[in-house]
Design a protein around this ligand. Structure first.
Ligand SMILES: Nc1ncnc2c1ncn2[C@@H]1O[C@H](COP(=O)(O)OP(=O)(O)OP(=O)(O)O)[C@@H](O)[C@H]1O
Length: 236
């Protein structure tokens, strides 16, 4: 469980928020504070006020995997094998253990054929899978995908979804602008102008959006981008 209490950090202000384990979509207009929230949960930013606990532990004492919008910008090594292995190498684990761990994860993710390839020769989608593998190799408690889906086709996205559902990371948080991604989550957090506008399952957010409202009479599906535009535009 992730507990957030009385947080202030940059534009963001959150009095109280509990995030249950599962797949959690964080959505909202540009500049609303999604990345700021994720960076605080990852321990990259420290709030100027309030606290965050991840299973009763501070974020910086928790293992967090992070994949950003342009993951190849953070890739350091020439060979895919070395890129995925790097988090374990930096924690000084034995070479044999590292190699076995990388191969096992690569097999699970269906990317074993890429291990000896130069990183620069990979497609954008393949680079995302390698960044995801680097994030997963440490068995994180929390996996964060910050608009990682922005440039992926639906096939690669489907692969990413299957992987993250199968690897069993307790908390997966992803920031997204894509309605079909929001609806695939267990829970949704809608942020607007630095505040949490709504939380709930996709269906709860849909129901509360259409309930008693004449503004949504034609919206019949959670996947309708117009619904999410209207949610972003609403004040409550
Ligand atoms: N290091 C920083 N210094 C000053 N302001 C910042 C910093 N980082 C973010 N901000 C501001 O905080 C606000 C929220 O930014 P954030 O990146 O969290 O939004 P976002 O919801 O992730 O946006 P987007 O969907 O465009 O990626 C923005 O107005 C941004 O300019």
């Amino acid at each position: 469980m992730i507990h957030i209490s009385s947080i202030r950090c940059g534009c963001l202000s959150i009095p109280e928020l509990t995030i249950k384990p599962g797949l959690v979509a964080i959505t909202g207009p540009n500049g609303s504070g999604k990345t700021t929230l994720l960076e605080m949960i990852a321990g990259i930013q420290i709030p100027i006020q309030g606290y965050i606990w991840i299973n009763n532990t501070e974020p910086r004492k928790t293992t967090v995997g992070w994949v950003g919008e342009f993951p190849d910008l953070n890739m350091t090594f020439t060979r895919v094998m070395d890129e995925i292995a790097s988090p374990l190498r930096f924690s000084f684990q034995p070479c044999r253990v590292i190699e076995e761990s990388v191969r096992e994860l690569a097999r699970t993710m269906g990317i074993i054929h890429l291990l000896n390839r130069p990183v620069r020769s990979l497609s954008g989608g393949e680079k995302v899978l390698i960044a995801l593998a680097s994030a997963l190799i440490t068995n994180p408690e929390v996996l964060i995908l910050d608009e990682t889906d922005s440039h992926l086709d639906s096939f690669t996205l489907g692969t990413v979804d299957i992987i993250i559902r199968n690897v069993g990371v307790p908390h997966v948080l992803f920031a997204t602008h894509r309605p079909e991604r929001v609806t695939s989550a267990d829970h949704v957090i809608v942020i607007k102008q630095g505040e949490v506008l709504r939380t709930g399952t996709p269906d709860e957010i849909y129901q509360s959006s259409i309930k008693g409202s004449k503004r949504f009479p034609l919206l019949r599906t959670l996947r309708d981008p117009a619904l999410w535009r209207a949610v972003y535009a609403s004040d409550s």
